[in-house]
Design a protein around this ligand. Structure first.
Ligand SMILES: [Cu+2]
Length: 160
């Protein structure tokens, strides 16, 4: 009695499966499970000397401020909470004594020798890289969003 019931159930199941498959093309084989051990994509190349810069309201912290001349890649992380930018200026002025006009550093002032490059709009929580070539000299990195430099967003660099 039980055995025949089981057979009957099995028969129903078979019919149901057949009905499901009838008239439809066979389902594609499942994609093979990825088992390869291929290496993960390599990290983005960072030419030259790597320098980590961390920005926050309102500071810039560098992990290395004595650099050898040549290519340098700043990896800038914004810990926020505000959006910041990152500007590399060559100047002999002290980091906290750059010329300011209208709340921002006057990058065209005579004491600013050069603007080596900048990253704009680094949103909070994000990171961006900037690669520049630095000659021997003194540099100041700043955020030049109005008010941010004067609030403390500057750090000095010496390149030899
Ligand atoms: Cu800022």
């Amino acid at each position: 009695m039980l055995r025949s019931a089981a057979i009957a159930l099995a028969a129903v199941a078979t019919v149901t499966l057949a009905a499901c498959n009838s008239g439809s093309t066979p389902a594609p084989a499942p994609a093979p499970v990825e088992t390869s051990t291929a290496p993960a994509p390599s990290e983005a190349e960072t030419p030259g000397t790597p320098v980590s810069a961390t920005e926050a309201d309102f500071s810039i912290t560098l992990d290395n401020s004595d650099l050898a001349a040549g290519e340098t890649t700043f990896a800038v992380t914004n810990d926020g909470p505000s959006t910041h930018e990152f500007v590399v200026l060559q100047t002999d002025d002290a980091p906290d004594a750059l010329p300011v006009a209208n709340g921002a550093v006057d990058e065209s002032a005579p004491s600013i020798t050069a603007n080596l490059g900048e990253i704009e709009e680094i949103t909070t929580g994000s990171s961006k890289d900037l690669t520049v070539t630095l000659d021997a000299g003194k540099y100041v990195v700043i955020c030049n969003i109005p008010g941010h430099y004067e609030a403390g967003m500057h750090a000095g660099l010496t390149v030899a």
